[in-house]
Design a binder for this molecule. Structure first.
Ligand SMILES: [Ca+2]
Length: 499
């Protein structure tokens, strides 16, 4: 009984807030303002109660659908991920837009398919001359406009040149490595006066960069502060930065975007966590990432911000070292294992606790959904592919996915598949991986995949039974959706940023 009453109270509170948000958005509030001067004190008080929510978006690197105990891992113990699931919502059908790092991140920041913003062709490297176009309106920029304090902590990977850095894309401040941890030192970086550098990194090398694999710079804002970045302690240092930022901004709305460096190869773990998981190096690395969630939640509680903060945890693509659980394929493939991710969202009092959402939702939906919660809207002068998924998040009765169709791309950005309802049609069926022959064994030829493959994801989550021949009508319908999407995005694609 008391639970029902609580839910009703929360719903009506939300209803009041939504109406005010609507007035703000439509401008009706402003028009009425001059005529209603006497109502001013009441409005001010209401605004106080309407404090915009904080957002903490944690984006793991290469963590798979099976790399949490709340997603079925029996090897890993992940009490803090599990806590997010118990105190929030767990998504079973949450997708990223690409099976590799850069394109997936571009979708989080812009609310668009990577092809829409020109960042679909694999990942950026230290020699790349492009990045996220500064003309794009990022989630951070939308929130900053709404008075948010914004910080990016971790692996950016949307361009390491100054004009593409987080500090030029809506973040007040940045701490992290500019791309993947297996890359190297680019030419032409700026160095802090007190940067920790090896003695032999003279002016010439700094200008030219240094091509040592898996030796990467750590940056603060726009300058290198440490090279080589001590990778073993990065996950803990990221958590410390987040906790510091929470404390410094506890009295105003804030947005923390924390894209982890782990668990991308090469794996690193600190002495403190080494050997603690009983599940090998990957287990220790994931235990550190799990600990980081607990550390951040403790800071929210300490500052009384639990009920004002939406915490979201997901991963940028499928597993490289880890597990995709029941899904087929891994990082780099358009099988479900490459692009369907664990996703947990917690906001006590607003997102129902312990609920499972099995509707299709995507990384592109963060921008429109968080924009709305912050009292603004996505840009209207360009196509935004993501959708407002608040009806799903808030547990509205009967809420359905806003997607008639979701589109998968290869790691090189080619249109690969579509999902509509329970059906998924591949038009670029991934080639099976070549198995390394045993000593003395002749290498076996890799069988050629079929031209198309149709799967019923409800009955066959592991994409094993190709039903294309049995359902020509479904194939025809999905092919039409693919053709329509392809033509539209070709027409309305925007240019990538160039230096
Ligand atoms: Ca990745």
């Amino acid at each position: 009984m008391s639970d029902t009453r609580q839910t009703t109270d929360r719903t009506s509170r939300r209803g009041r807030m939504d109406r005010r948000g609507f007035l703000r958005l439509t401008g009706v509030g402003a028009l009425a303002g001059a005529a209603a001067a006497t109502a001013a004190p009441k409005r001010a008080a209401a605004a106080e109660g309407d404090r915009k929510p904080n957002f903490i978006v944690i984006f793991a690197d290469d963590q798979g659908y099976g790399d949490m105990s709340c997603y079925g891992s029996t090897k890993l113990k992940t009490p803090n991920f599990d806590r997010l699931a118990a105190e929030g919502m767990k998504f079973t059908d949450f997708y990223v837009t690409a099976p590799v790092c850069t394109p997936s991140r571009s979708s989080l920041m812009t609310g668009c398919y990577p092809r829409r913003v020109g960042l679909h062709q694999h990942v950026l490297f230290p020699h790349s001359k492009k990045g996220l176009n500064p003309k794009e309106i990022t989630l951070a920029e939308l929130l900053k406009e709404q008075g948010y304090a914004t910080m990016c902590i971790g692996k950016w990977h949307l361009g390491h040149q100054k004009k593409f850095l987080p500090t030029r894309q809506g973040f007040d401040t940045y701490f992290g490595i500019p791309f993947s941890n297996d890359m190297w030192l680019p030419a032409g970086m700026s160095y802090a006066a007190d940067a920790k550098l090896p003695d032999d990194l003279g002016a010439e090398k700094r200008k030219a960069g240094e091509r040592k694999r898996s030796v990467v710079p750590l940056m603060r804002d726009e300058e290198v502060i440490e090279y080589p970045a001590v990778q073993a302690t990065l996950t803990e240092r990221y958590a410390a930065e987040a906790v510091k930022f929470i404390a410094a901004n506890k009295d105003r709305p804030f947005f923390i975007y924390l894209p982890h460096t782990m668990c991308h190869y090469p794996l690193h773990v600190s002495e403190r966590f080494k050997g603690t998981s009983g599940a090998g190096l990957l287990g220790d690395v994931i235990a550190t990432m799990d600990w980081s969630v607990g550390h951040i939640l403790a800071a929210l509680k300490q500052h009384g911000l639990d009920e004002q903060t939406l915490v979201l945890y997901t991963s940028d693509n499928g597993p490289a070292p880890g597990s995709a659980g029941p899904l087929r394929g891994k990082k780099g493939s358009s099988w479900e294992g490459g692009m369907r991710e664990p996703c947990l969202m917690r906001w006590p009092g607003k997102i129902p606790a312990g609920k499972i959402c099995s509707e299709v939702a995507t990384i592109m939906d963060l921008l429109p959904t968080l924009a709305k919660l912050a009292g603004t809207k996505p840009p209207t002068d360009r196509v935004i592919d993501g959708k407002d998924i608040w009806p799903l998040l808030s547990g509205q009765e009967g809420a359905k996915t806003p997607y008639e169709a979701f589109f998968y791309h290869t790691s090189q950005g080619q249109l690969a598949a579509v999902r509509s309802g329970k059906w998924k049609l591949h038009i670029k069926v991934p080639r099976p991986r070549r198995r390394r022959p045993k000593k003395g064994e002749k290498p076996k030829p890799v069988p050629k995949p079929p031209a198309i493959a149709l799967y019923d994801l409800e009955a066959d989550i592991g994409e094993k039974n190709n039903l294309a021949d049995q359902h020509p009508d479904v194939v025809a319908r999905l092919k039409k959706l693919l053709a329509h999407f392809d033509a539209e995005i070709e027409k309305n694609a925007r240019p990538v940023g160039l230096i």
